[in-house]
Design a protein. Structure first.
Lengths: 117, 112
């Protein structure tokens, strides 16, 4: 069974702390994504990666950075957490489609709910 | 820019039908539909591509009007298991990595 695992389901941090959110997939997927989910706003893309050490900004990258040192692992980093980063964070992965545009589904993790006090 | 979904919420009784719409202000290459049950990960339902190709769920259907930049998801004879939040995700240009922009979601509640 395919799996995307997010290391922490619930985290509580203080303003200014550095926060690491980890995501591991066991499907050998090339593409990995970090989304933020907020009520009424849906899912918004923070960063994505299409290969090891490669990263691209999404729609709301400010205040975040990412790291992809191994194919299976994609980390989201909040350098200095702020209260407006309180949210649900979802990691996803998908295979690269060779020879044409991507028609693959995204496989999501169950999410990490971060509260910044 | 995020696609706009309508309605924001819908309440049904078992057996009733529902339509969820997804509209974009830009030309679309593909539309993806996902369902998220409470406390769970979003799950892929289907993808519709420019030109008419579809891949996905047997019991849920969808349409894609390229000219109007819209997609609709049709849920017929709803079951309790259909409850959840439905998201459309769109791509404006084809890529090899499938970077999606999601709508704000539609909450569907099915009662017995």
């Amino acid at each position: 069974d395919v799996k995307v695992t997010q290391s922490s389901r619930y985290l509580v941090k203080r303003t200014g702390e550095k926060v690491f959110l980890e995501c591991v997939q066991d499907m050998d997927h090339e593409n990995m994504f970090w989304y933020r989910q907020d009520p009424g706003l849906g899912l918004r893309l923070i960063y994505f990666s299409y290969d090891v050490k490669m990263k691209e900004k999404g729609d709301i990258p400010e205040g975040y950075s990412v790291s992809r040192e191994k194919k299976e692992r994609f980390s989201l980093i909040l350098e200095s957490a702020s209260t407006n980063q309180t949210s649900m964070y979802l990691c996803a992965s998908s295979p690269r489609t060779s020879g044409g545009p991507n028609t693959g589904e995204l496989f999501f993790g169950e999410g990490s709910r971060l509260t910044v006090l | 820019q995020q696609p706009v979904q309508s309605p924001q919420a819908v309440i049904l009784r078992e057996g009733e039908d529902a339509v969820i719409n997804c509209s974009s202000s830009k030309a679309l290459y593909s539309v993806h539909w996902y369902r998220q049950k409470h406390g769970e990960a979003p799950v892929f339902l289907m993808i519709l591509l420019k030109g008419g190709e579809q891949k996905g769920h047997d019991k849920i259907s969808a349409s894609f009007n390229e000219k109007k930049q819209q997609s609709s998801l049709y849920l017929t004879a709803s079951q309790l298991s259909y409850s959840g939040t439905y998201f459309c995700g769109t791509e404006n240009i084809p890529t090899s990595y499938g970077k999606l922009t999601f709508g704000q979601g539609t909450i569907l509640t099915v009662h017995p």
